[in-house]
Design a protein around this ligand. Sequence first.
Ligand SMILES: Nc1ncnc2c1ncn2[C@@H]1O[C@H](COP(=O)(O)OP(=O)(O)O)[C@@H](O)[C@H]1O
Ligand SMILES: [Mg+2]
Length: 305
Amino acid sequence: MEVQRTILENMKNAELLRLAQSMKIPLVSRTITRTVLIDSIWAKLEEHLEEKESESVSLCSPALKLKNIRKEFGKKVAVKNLDIEVNPGEIVGLVGPNGAGKTTTLRILTGIISATEGQCAVNGHDIVDSPIDAKFRLGYIPEKPTCYPSLKVREYLSFVAKIYKVNRQDAIIRMSYYMDLFNLRQFENNYIGTLSKGNLQRTLIVGILVRSPPFILALDEPIYGLDPRGAWTLKALLRKMRNEGSAILVSTHILEVASGLCDRFVIMNEGDVVGKGTLKELMKENPGATTLEEVFLMLTGGLPE
Ligand SMILES: Nc1ncnc2c1ncn2[C@@H]1O[C@H](COP(=O)(O)OP(=O)(O)O)[C@@H](O)[C@H]1O
Ligand SMILES: [Mg+2]
């Protein structure tokens, strides 16, 4: 996120004061005007931004690696023969009908459940052997979001910033900016347990954005449940994060979303990978298909008459 002066101008007075305090800007007068306060913060921020440019963090390539994954639930084989790699700077779509194994795959990747066979690494760290290192850069939005119902939205975001060691001034600026962007400002003092599904999803998204990029993201049906404006904002943001070096894996059964957003696709059906590649490659392998939807239908039971 690029810090611009307008972000400061949109902040509430209390936020500006918190920010000035965290930046150790002396407030000489009790009656300092808003403009003077913004000027002083901006001057200090410019120094801070210059320092930051020199410390660039880069991700491993591939940033996400699933190798030969198999998952059984009793007799049910939910995922088999699965290999996925996601590099920094790409959005890969995990596409498949309901029950294909997408959620299971993402839950393995994030360490929530373990695979029956196979390995999985995030930024070069094995999710079973080094879970903390693996999760440090990982941002996960589950299909059915749940999260700390008795924290308020703002408390949750501050908590995230703290555990991911984000410095206080970056945390204040990002929280303010992304809460506005996702229209969460009016809910900042509401308990998470009382939010609608869409607002809970937005809160989790902002919880990731409060951390420091680049990110490795695993998003399970992230657009489903958002209204059109929320969906548009999220898609634009994902593209921007991709362009800035994040590695993004997004599962969806909504092909329009996948087709407009992803650079490559992994198509799953009944636990198996049935197609892989860019849209161009998939169309070449499936002659007659002219869209992702047609490729998908051909690979998952044939084109309807
Ligand atoms: N905890 C579980 N226990 C038993 N079966 C499960 C469990 N989780 C998922 N499954 C089964 O594994 C298959 C894949 O599910 P899932 O990964 O949720 O698919 P998708 O996200 O693509 O819709 C489904 O048949 C589902 O019923
Ligand atoms: Mg699912």
